[in-house]
Design a protein around this ligand. Structure first.
Ligand code: FUC
Length: 935
């Protein structure tokens, strides 16, 4: 493939709103025939729907996904297209980009920065610190499945993505026959399912073919299946190495199916089930020789044995167990009767509160569909990308975008969707340790402003953007943050080493500022913003200091919880105390750099130094009133405009400012045709999914906040949502919260606690009379009122507490939803020495309600082994649902995992690890009888 236009895009993006790429803003007008079909309204309005097909416009097609497999469904009557993705198809292959010139140049770079010679420093960074290659690699598509039907005059066309069922439906009438297509991506069965039906027998006839922009071959492996076998693209001088195989199989009732030469033909059928299965050879960031054909074939064969009804019901049970945890109702007007594209185009001039609810739930839908335990994290486009050279390579940009993708995960009760990030962090701790050593001569690990499927960790793209040290640090803070929501000690124990390694890097590399005496990063930047013409490189930017305060304090508190590392704890706390404090600048703003410089672009999209306001809690209304006012001034100076993700971050900022009207204004700014595509994908522009996730997070922050040691209920309710209900949002400390309000005033709160403890609640409700009850046992808990609008009460695990205005009847819509606290944590088990003396160690790395993720590491003894298998018996009814890097069988309690070709042979002392996902009920004890047999 041709070299990617990454730098061109980067330059355009860096210039601000991406003028060269800005589409004129698409248009849609209300059409006379556009009345919401009854089945959509019945689905509680939680659907995107259209009265026209997507045609050739990718931004009108509708996304489905199961975390790993993704498709954009176009819904065209005669030429249906499913644009397919698999989340590990990355250009190139494993690489090491550490620049060996780095460490030796560091002293001079630092000297130049401290001497205010930023231009020279930046040039030297470009020469000595930039990775080799100096860019990272792109996430790429698998290809397309196209279905060709005969055309004719169509009526009653409708196309819907129902967020309550994660299903795209297309229905129309052609030649007097009503046709229906139903498309979903099943996580339990790991296939994409396309079900075609018609209300007249024998009327479904079509041809199906695969094509792709990748290097591929198509074939017909059997009489009912077509295949496309390919390899990812070359890039940055690195050969494409991810092999993939997509299979599509048809089963028909009442007609015939045949396949030859890569074309599948279905003729005269009454009902057809098409299954799409995709396997990839990507095992992890270091290994690309997985059995991709075996994976594709095994998944397809298994799904072929499952009836369509069962495929559908398993998909629904799985999806709903996540999606249904949160409900939201912000009110409804007749604006919601229009097709989705018309609603977006008209949004500025109408009152459409239901659209905010739809936008909120669409973000949750996208997260469930693009990030599941064991998959890759959601990248800049989630998992949906049709281009070989997508904008910014569709990578993971850490200085805003990747963290933003995950802001709604814990708060909107999707804790397990966050787990892929921690897998990534553990891998970055490996690649980033090499970068730390080679480029800084330091211990621990570092990642800069971007990473990719190969976990690139060096400085990339150019010093102005890439010379930012705290990407890995920010990601590592998410470990402690996630623990605050779940209280999952086992999770903390297995991820603590990555936090510690991130902090160790800074203990080794922070330098004392020659005049101010603080410990500072040098060189670094305040993301992507020059402080003087064309230079961003500096020492100790405010955002770095804020991130490091969170990282150091998170490490210290984690070490207390785990009872480890007393000396390290003292080290990080004393380093934290020597970081530069935040300051108020001459304009009344929060100072972005150590010096009171004025930014070179007043309306720049990044407002990085307000990281302390959101997502962090270092700037709060009640804790730091001066900085809080300076944050407000900063937001006013920078203005409301920005790229999609920048607007989304501002919704969160204004929610934390407790200004509902302003936060709501930012939502309206986002729901415009230049910031939201017809399919509701957020536009930077171009499409970037962070704005969707950031908007969902922002709406959650308007209704519930928990960052300041209390649950703040309705902190930023706008007058545009006078009456509503929400149930199931989560607060730090392990609380599940539901709220009902009318005329802008809270009626009742329902709080369910995961654990025993004391909770502080803040709400305007408490300034008047209110009632309190433990609705689980009917008792009346004692409360204290430390402030006029705050109440404190003791809570017990799994009890729900109702606080309400007197005489308000309990709302039937507020059910105490399930908490996401994990089951009983597990420890690890080790196999008894096997004859070959290879051994296996079993460990749980993550858990969530009803399931967990584990790893087994096999280590060869004093002689090499050719192959191995590992067996154990589960003690509590756990069932394995997925194993990566190996094939498995489970019969009752007995599980056996057999090496696959790529990791069977190990040298003496060598080891390999496979991961798995399993379901677990309340108890999840580790197996005691794990055995490893090697030959
Ligand atoms: C950062 C941002 C850009 C864009 C890119 C993917 O570089 O500054 O606006 O979102 O990431």
């Amino acid at each position: 493939m041709s070299e990617v236009t990454r730098r061109k895009l980067l330059t355009v993006g860096a210039a601000g709103a991406g003028v060269a790429m800005l589409p004129a803003g698409w248009t849609a007008v209300a059409r006379a025939k556009s009345a919401a079909p009854p089945q959509v309204l019945a689905a509680n309005d939680l659907a995107l729907w259209y009265d026209e097909p997507a045609g050739t416009d990718w931004l009108r097609a509708l996304p489905i996904g199961n975390g790993r497999l993704g498709a954009m469904v176009f819904g065209n009557v005669d030429a249906e297209r499913l644009q397919l993705n698999e989340d590990t198809v990355w250009a190139g292959g494993p690489y090491d980009s550490a620049n060996p010139r780095g460490a030796a140049s560091l002293a001079e770079i630092r000297r130049l920065v401290f001497a205010d010679q930023w231009g020279q420093a930046q040039t030297l960074v470009d020469q000595a610190m930039l990775g080799r290659p100096a860019g990272q690699l792109a996430y790429q598509p698998v290809g397309n499945l196209r279905l060709g039907f005969t055309s004719g005059t169509v009526s009653q066309y409708n196309r819907t993505l129902d967020l309550t069922t994660a299903t795209v439906s297309v229905t129309y009438v052609l030649n007097g026959v009503r046709y229906q297509r139903e498309v979903f991506a099943s996580a339990p069965d790991q296939v994409i399912v396309i079900r075609l039906t018609a209300d007249r027998a024998n009327s479904i006839t079509f041809r199906a073919t695969f094509d792709s922009p990748q290097r591929t071959t198509v074939s017909s492996p059997d009489a009912t299946t077509i295949a496309i076998d390919g390899i990812s693209g070359n890039m940055e001088g690195i050969n494409g190495s991810v092999r993939f195989l997509a299979l599509a199989n048809a089963t028909a009732s009442g007609g015939t199916v045949s396949s030859s030469g890569g074309t599948l033909r279905v003729s005269g059928a009454t009902g057809v089930t098409l299954l799409v299965s995709i396997g990839s050879s990507y095992v992890d960031h270091r290994t690309v020789n997985g059995d991709y054909q075996g994976i594709a074939r095994t998944r397809l064969d298994a799904a072929r044995n499952v009836s369509i009804d069962q495929l559908r019901s398993r998909h629904l049970a799985d999806y709903r167990s996540l999606f249904d945890r949160v409900t939201i109702n912000l009110g409804r007007t007749s604006a919601a009767d229009q097709p989705t594209d018309v609603r977006i185009a008209q949004h500025a001039g109408v009152n459409d509160p239901q659209f905010s609810a739809l936008l909120f739930q669409f973000g949750r839908y996208l997260l469930i569909s693009s990030s599941r335990p064991g998959t890759q994290p959601a990248n800049l486009q989630g998992i949906w990308n049709d281009q070989m050279a997508p904008p910014w390579d569709s990578k993971y940009t850490i200085n805003a975008n990747l963290p933003m993708n995950y802001w709604p995960a814990d708060t909107t009760n999707l804790a397990e969707c966050l787990l892929p990030v921690f897998d990534m962090v553990r891998e970055l701790a490996v690649t980033g340790a090499r970068t730390a050593q080679v480029q800084y001569g330091a211990g621990g690990w570092v990642a800069h402003h971007n990473t990719d499927g190969w976990r690139g960790s060096s400085v990339v793209d150019g010093a102005l953007w890439g010379m930012w040290q705290t990407g890995g640090a920010w990601l590592a803070t998410l470990i402690w943050e996630h623990y605050l929501f779940t209280g999952d000690g086992e999770f903390l124990r297995s991820n603590y080493p990555a936090m510690k390694g991130a902090a160790q890097f800074f203990l080794d590399t922070l330098v004392t500022h020659p005049t101010l005496g603080y410990l500072v990063t040098n060189p670094s930047n305040s993301p992507e913003l020059p402080h003087h013409a064309n230079v961003s490189v500096c020492a100790g930017p405010t955002m770095d200091n804020q991130i490091l305060r969170d990282l150091f304090e998170g490490c210290a508190r984690a070490s207390e919880v785990l009872g480890v590392d007393t000396t390290f704890r003292i080290q990080v706390r004393s380093a934290k105390d020597r970081l530069p404090p935040m300051r108020v600048g001459s304009r009344g703003n929060v100072q972005e750099w150590l010096a009171d410089w004025v930014e070179t672009e007043q309306y720049h999209r990044h407002i990085s130094h307000l990281y302390g306001l959101h997502p962090s809690n270092q700037i709060t209304r009640r804790g730091t009133p001066q900085l809080y006012e300076a944050a407000r001034r900063t937001l006013e100076l920078r203005g409301d405009d920005g790229t999609g993700w920048s607007l989304a971050w501002k919704i969160n900022y204004w929610a934390r400012m407790e200004e509902g009207a302003r936060a709501h204004k930012l939502i309206r700014d986002l729901v415009r045709t230049d910031r939201l595509a017809p399919n509701m994908f957020d536009l930077h522009p171009p499409f970037q999914i962070d704005g969707n996730f950031g908007a969902t997070s922002g709406i959650a922050e308007m209704l519930l906040q928990s960052h300041d040691g209390e649950l703040h209920l309705l902190p930023a309710l706008p007058t545009a949502w006078p009456t509503g209900q929400m149930s199931g949002l989560r607060g730090r400390g392990g609380y599940t919260v539901s709220i009902a309000w009318t005329s802008g005033q809270a009626d009742e709160f329902l709080i369910r606690a995961d654990r025993d403890g004391t909770v502080k609640l803040r709400a305007r409700l408490f300034t008047g009379g209110f009632t309190v009850a433990d609705v689980t046992d009917g008792s009346t808990p004692t409360t204290t009122q430390p402030e006029s609008d705050a109440v404190q009460l003791g809570v017990r695990a799994d009890h729900s507490y109702r606080l309400a205005r007197p005489a308000v009847q309990p709302s039937p819509t507020l059910s105490p939803t399930a908490s996401t606290s994990p089951g009983t944590p597990t420890s690890s088990a080790t196999s008894s020495p096997a004859p070959s003396s290879a051994r296996a160690v079993y460990a749980v790395t993550n858990s969530w309600p009803g399931g967990f993720q584990g790893e087994v590491t096999i280590t060869a003894g004093s002689s090499p082994i050719r192959s191995w298998n590992v067996s154990w018996a589960f003690r509590d009814g756990q069932v394995v649902s997925q194993v990566w890097s190996g094939s498995y069988t489970q019969s009752g309690a007995d599980v056996t995992v057999i090496n696959s070709a790529y990791n069977g042979a190990l040298p003496a002392g060598g080891s390999t690890t496979f991961g798995f996902i399993a379901s677990a009920s309340a108890v999840n004890d580790p197996p005691t009888n794990i055995t490893c047999t090697a030959t």
